[in-house]
Design a protein around this ligand. Structure first.
Ligand code: 2PG
Ligand code: MG
Length: 427
């Protein structure tokens, strides 16, 4: 089934920033759409998001060059190709770009086409995207990791740590995870309102933080879990995205909230102590993306009972994941399509992670769209976990809701292992 035309144009993400949308049309007139998200706490090893930098338009944030690259060079190369050859198409774009980090054509240009191709192919076969992308026997519904408080780069640095999230470890079904989250999210909002500390929402829908220490937020999350009627550490656990690259100056880690600095060893000790004192089951980016020795240490001290996820450390990049596996630097990998820039490479990264006995966590970006591609990706690959921000705002809810729709379609073919997935990495 041949690609007949490709059309890219500028639309806007959940922060109102320009992004690329591409429509791929096939000879049977099927159309597939690809929309690209955008990060704020981006890792230095990510594929390059091409922005125009022309301050007279969209404060430098327009993506007209990326769009032109799709409509000229990429369209010229891909027209006539077989839409079912996702790997061939993605490979052709990588080759056409010619750089190691997709900086010539732009990862946003390339990814929008790659996602649109997958959607068009699924549409042409008249199957849902998760089915088209899958080569599994059965399907796993993901365990959600859902934000309650959003800080760091997503809340103008009102806290040092970026995400305070919960994982409904006691839930027996996907639906139950959402019910538990609903109850805790709103209990947390009630407590903040009662105390006159409700300051609205951060970029991913979690509450805007007004706390004087990071530890106070951990205590607050426990309070919200308890107030909602659940038992912390059994029904529900805490998960953190420290986004530590943003706290690191190459030598020390710094908390601005309470004015503390830490060497690598001191920071490892602090996080290890948190894992002992609070019901924390998962920590993302506990150390900076250049601090490999810190990663190895935190894994040794907490990795036997805590999921240690590399986001900025790995940037969904196979070579970096391999390096992490060799060095025993983590036990899980955050998976973001636009960190690497094609659907094929993203799926490869997931499979590679799983083969190593580690856990993939499929993730959204802080700048999101109305697209639910990642919900399908998580189910298609049996990733087991999904992180898309909080339990509010439609660019987040569209992804949680899509899993409900998929669950209904799958019926008996869907399984929800929930927190049992951690048996693979805990010892
Ligand atoms: C992260 C993401 C999502 P951003 O750090 O994991 O929370 O943030 O998209 O800004 O990189
Ligand atoms: Mg992160």
């Amino acid at each position: 089934m041949r690609i007949t035309s490709i059309d890219a144009y500028q639309i806007y993400d959940s922060r109102g920033n320009p992004t690329v949308e591409t429509v791929v049309t096939l000879e049977d007139n099927t159309r597939g759409i690809g929309i690209v998200p955008s990060g704020a706490s981006t890792g230095q090893f990510e594929a390059l998001e091409l922005r125009d930098g022309d301050l007279s338009r969209f404060r430098g944030n327009s993506v007209f060059r990326a769009i032109k690259n799709v409509n000229t060079e990429i369209a010229g190369r891909l027209r006539g190709m077989d839409v079912f050859d996702q790997a061939g198409i993605d490979g052709a774009m990588v080759e056409l770009d010619g750089t190691g980090n997709k900086s010539r054509l732009g990862a946003n240009a390339i990814l929008s086409v790659s996602m649109a191709v997958a959607n068009a192919a699924a549409g042409s076969r008249q199957v849902p995207l998760y089915q088209y992308l899958s080569d599994n026997e059965g399907y796993l519904l993901p365990l959600p990791e859902i934000q309650i408080i959003g800080g760091g780069a997503h809340a103008n640095w009102r806290t040092d740590i970026q995400d305070f999230l919960i994982i409904a470890t006691g839930a027996q079904t996907y639906g139950e995870t959402l019910e538990i989250t609903h109850n805790i999210y709103h209990a947390a909002g009630d407590i903040l309102k009662e105390r006159g500390k409700y300051y609205g929402l951060a970029d991913e829908g979690g509450y805007w933080p007004e706390f004087s220490t990071n530890e106070a937020i951990l205590e607050f999350i426990i309070e919200a879990i308890t107030q909602a009627g659940y038992s912390p550490g059994t029904d529900v656990c805490i998960s953190l995205d420290i986004a530590a690259s943003d706290l690191y100056d190459g030598k020390t880690y710094r908390f601005n909230l309470d004015n503390r600095t830490f060497t690598t060893d001191e920071f490892v000790d602090l996080i290890t102590e948190w894992c002992r004192s609070y019901p924390i089951i998962s920590i993302e980016d506990p150390m900076a993306d250049t601090d490999w020795s810190g990663w190895k240490k935190i894994c040794r001290s907490a990795g036997h009972k805590t999921q240690i996820i590399g986001d900025d450390l790995f940037t969904t990049n196979l070579k970096r994941i391999q390096q992490g596996i060799d060095q025993k630097a983590a036990n899980a990998v955050l998976i973001k399509l636009n960190q690497i820039g094609t659907v094929s490479e993203t799926i490869e990264a997931i499979k590679f992670t799983q083969k190593a006995g580690w856990l993939p966590v499929v993730s959204a970006r802080s700048g999101e769209t109305e697209d639910a591609f990642i919900s399908h990706l998580a189910v298609a690959t049996n990733a087991g976990q999904l992180k898309v921000g909080s339990f509010a705002r439609s660019e987040r809810m569209v992804k949680w809701n899509e899993v409900i729709r998929i669950e209904r379609q799958l019926g008996d073919r869907a399984r929800f292992p929930g927190a049992k997935i951690y048996d693979k990495i805990f010892f």
